[in-house]
Write a protein that binds this ligand. Sequence first.
Ligand SMILES: [Zn+2]
Length: 480
Amino acid sequence: MLNILPKPKSLVYGYGTVGDDYVVTLKPELPEEGYRLILNEKGIEIQYSTEKGKFYAAETLDQIASQCETLPCVTVEDEPKYPYRGFMIDCARHFFTVEELKKQINVMAELKLNKFHWHLTDDQGWRLEIKKYPLLTEKGSVRSSTRGDKKEIKGFYTAAEVKEIVNFCADRFIEVIPEIDMPGHFTAAIASYPDLSCHGKPMKVSERFGIHKDIACAGKDETINFCKDVLSEVAELFPSEYVHLGGDEAPKLNWYECNDCRKRMEKHSLADEKALQGWFTNEMVAHLASLGKKAVVWNDGVSENLDKTAVMQYWKQSSSTNKELLVEAGRGRQMIFSPFFYFYFDYPHGMTPLKKTFNYKVPSEIEKNVKGLEGTLWTEYVPDVNKLELMAYPRLFALADKAWAYDDDYTDFLVRLDVFAEFITDKFPIAVTVKPNPSFLKGKKDTLLFFLNILDRDTIKVARELRLDKRIAAKRRRKG
Ligand SMILES: [Zn+2]
């Protein structure tokens, strides 16, 4: 029996011995990423409609060849379930070299994943060279200490390195989607150019994790122009269809007190600060559109007035989630799914075991709005590539199978995962040292330790302040 991962749509065995011919045939009627791979007495034939299909057929052929001494007669008909199959790596909290990223991108290609979401900016570091604003990397890419450890973390990607990654991905039919997180998670930018915030006070690149209350000022024209300038350079560096604008975890405490923000709200008759964020993001969505790009925004950054063309990346699950999804689906919004309890690979294996990732189901009512799935790897507690690989694998294999395959039989997936067993042991020896499905007790312990680690003194202090933000927002909604 052949084991292919991700699972092909259909695989039918034939009889006889595979002949010596090798042909590729253009079949325009096949789906863009689909292919037909025929191994029969004549030989090997790959049918395809685009180069992507041809590439995926070759990946499948590789997997078949690696499992048998002589090729079996078989016909594989294949196409992905979702057009968007992504993996995100956060290079802001910790920095990863081009070579370290290429290693993961190679695995993505083998798994037929096609979107590399590159999280490049955050409170703790700005990692992308922007010619117009050199301080972003001079100051913003250096963090002197992390939670008091006094160890410097620094690094950024030059335009040449970006090009190298973009080309490396393009050779593997992977689109690189850069993320420039705004207006929240903006401390590294503010540390470089303090006037970007509402209060304009000097700040340091953040040395703690969690949510930060100093965000970009949506009232100052200078801040709006800065963000647009950055996006213009980003659009030149990345040939992608999409640019990710972040938009998550943007507390409005500064906006309540800021004259510029208040004026902006009055001028545009915006009912509350959430609508102000919608206005701000719309400015960026329109700017990206003028550069031929579309925007992606995390779901907590999606407001009622947000442009309908912006794709929503759903991560934040809550009790009102299903309602929110239905409302956005009703607006016709396209979605990418990364529900954090299932697809966040920085969570311990005990908290998000392999089986849990695999068994996640997209709500059927909104299935038609879903472009695809993405696994994300945040790196607050992932200081190096070894830890990254320990966390990512084999959960990324489950994500890839779900995003490509039409069937979701976990037992069958485990059998197929075995095709990669040797590959994982060779390439990621560290990943083999974890149990992908720890026991119940180990799971509880992992979860507890994970949260105890997150909740340091600074984070608790800020969480108290942020409660005030929620209370004010609720009060304003009631008034409105
Ligand atoms: Zn402001």
